[in-house]
Design a protein around this ligand. Structure first.
Ligand code: URA
Length: 212
């Protein structure tokens, strides 16, 4: 697993406002979208393209276009949905699929409660959106799910990660023979006893959707 921390003053500036507990929901949503667009620029460095020739008003020239099959963007419900607009702005022709994961109270394992994805993901590059990489359980389960369906290149885009979650994700994905990159705006200190990232930004879903 590769980790890419996007180190850019604009990213840090927006992240600082996002962390602030006095930032209201509409501002939080807008900043999340802007941050995701900046992270997506880094995250799509390896997106597959194919040669494409165009005619300019002056002459013809060589360029590229996104390859087929199209990349698949997968927001993890609920909070990942707040990242979709920012990602789609950069890659509007990507296909979008959805995954909903919840932790089973008995087994503590994440289970899928909703899923809208193509049956066959052979040869697909997938971009998974989940704002907070906390314990890593949900993200690992989603990545496995996509690889089981045939995805052969996975990039996870998160706003913040905890070291515990990154280590756990790495362990959980050890036997996966598919390149996996995690792109984040920052790695914080730790998780607290409730599984929140410290200092973090609180519950991303609640702050996005105004449940406070
Ligand atoms: N999910 C969140 O929304 N915030 C955290 O800090 C951890 C998990």
């Amino acid at each position: 697993m590769k980790l890419r921390i996007v180190d850019h003053p604009l990213v840090t500036h927006k992240m600082t406002t996002l962390r602030d507990r006095d930032t209201d929901s509409p501002t939080f949503r807008r900043l999340t979208e802007e941050l995701v667009t900046l992270l997506a620029y880094e995250a799509t460095r390896e997106v597959r393209v194919e040669p494409h020739r165009v005619q300019t008003p002056v002459a013809s020239c060589d360029g590229v276009k996104l390859s087929h099959p199209r990349p698949l963007v997968v927001p993890i419900l609920r909070a990942g949905l707040g990242m979709l607009e920012g990602m789609s702005r950069l890659m509007p022709t990507a296909e979008v699929g959805f995954v909903g994961m919840v932790r089973n109270d008995q087994t503590l394992q994440p289970t899928t409660y909703a899923e809208r994805l193509p049956e066959d993901l052979s040869g697909r590059q997938c971009y998974v959106l989940d704002p907070m990489l906390a314990t890593g359980g949900t993200l690992a389960a989603t990545v496995r799910f996509l690889v089981d369906r045939g995805a052969d290149h996975i990039t996870c885009i998160c706003l913040l990660a905890a070291p515990e979650g990154l280590q756990r994700l790495e362990r959980l994905l050890e036997d996966l023979h598919v390149p996996c990159t995690v792109v984040v705006a920052g790695v914080d200190e730790r998780l607290d006893e409730h599984g929140y990232i410290v200092p973090g930004l609180g519950d991303a879903g609640d702050r996005l959707y105004g449940v406070l």
